[in-house]
Design a protein around this ligand. Structure first.
Ligand SMILES: Nc1ncnc2c1ncn2[C@@H]1O[C@H](COP(=O)(O)OP(=O)(O)OP(=O)(O)O)[C@@H](O)[C@H]1O
Ligand SMILES: [Mg+2]
Length: 271
């Protein structure tokens, strides 16, 4: 097997990148795939969400080694892997990851060596998973460039509220001009995934229409993510999945749809 490496991104903060990454990973696993989440954010939001998901009876799970340590020690990333559940693994992050850009600058002279560092670093993991999902912070930076360079596909998360459309445009142009034109990355944009606002159908419909005109209707995901209070609760409780709970069922139905569409789009792209 060779993993498809993906990232949900946008340089805008708080648009749902981390929740979406976690719930897609969770549902890809439920669909029978082997999935690894890599936390690439010093805020460590997905680390905390997934450790809560793993935890039973509210025990607190602590980690003694996060991503920056393996980088500093030049040790294999395999050593960091934490199993969340069967076929769903995590490489955790921690606040010391803020040193990562400095590490790259100190250890590599050329820009291309810096940008391609992480792709080489995860090389050995690719034959162990079907999907590797990298959760990135909301920046355009060397740090994220190294994550995007390691990706096969990027899914642009678009929050359907005013101004976010231009954010997505800027982000896509950045990927094209920096990663693809300058560094000759093979990364592709799999599509634009709308996260609907709660402001009501009218604003969402207008932004979706504008997005279809701007990016092409075929590039917008058919499955859209609605705002669900249950997802906010997961930040505290971890991901719950009780088949008797209608709120859990609703969340997982939405993300199962998104996961299936990702698989279908990848298959289409490889034909
Ligand atoms: N579909 C959703 N419905 C309701 N709440 C959501 C949804 N997606 C995310 N949230 C909530 O919105 C907040 C921000 O989400 P999240 O952390 O996933 O965004 P982010 O883009 O990763 O943020 P950052 O840019 O800081 O990394 C969180 O409290 C999360 O629980
Ligand atoms: Mg995040």
């Amino acid at each position: 097997m060779t993993a498809t490496t993906l990232s949900f991104s946008n340089f805008k903060g708080g648009v749902g990148k981390t929740s979406t990454t976690a719930l897609v990973a969770y549902n890809l696993q439920k669909l029978g795939h082997k999935v690894l989440i890599i936390d690439f954010d010093a805020q460590a939001n997905i680390t905390s969400l997934m450790l809560k998901t793993k935890s039973v009876n509210d025990e607190i799970i602590t980690i003694d080694k996060a991503l920056m340590k393996a980088i500093n020690e030049d040790s294999p990333l395999e050593e960091l892997v934490i199993q969340i559940k069967e076929n769903l693994d995590l490489i955790p992050n921690a606040v010391d990851f803020s040193m990562y850009p400095r590490y790259l600058e100190r250890n590599f002279d050329s820009e291309i060596d810096r940008v391609s560092y992480f792709k080489n670093k995860i090389g050995g993991l690719r034959d162990k998973y079907d999907y590797i999902l990298i959760d990135v912070p909301p920046t355009l930076s060397l740090l994220n460039d190294t994550a995007f360079f390691a990706c096969d596909q990027i899914i642009v998360v678009l929050q359907t509220q005013e101004r976010s459309l231009s954010g997505a445009e800027v982000f896509i142009r950045y990927l094209q001009e920096t990663l693809i034109d300058e560094f000759h990355s093979n990364v592709d944009i799999l599509g634009i995934l709308p996260v609907l606002s709660k402001k009501g159908a009218r604003v969402d419909a207008e932004i979706l229409k504008a997005a279809s005109e701007e990016f092409g209707v075929e590039n917008i995901f058919e499955n859209k993510i609605s705002l669900m209070e249950r997802i906010k609760r997961f930040d505290m409780t971890g991901i719950s999945d009780d088949p008797k709970d209608q709120h859990d069922n609703r969340v997982h139905a939405v993300f199962e749809g998104v996961s299936k569409e990702i698989i279908a789009r990848l298959e289409e792209g490889s034909e």
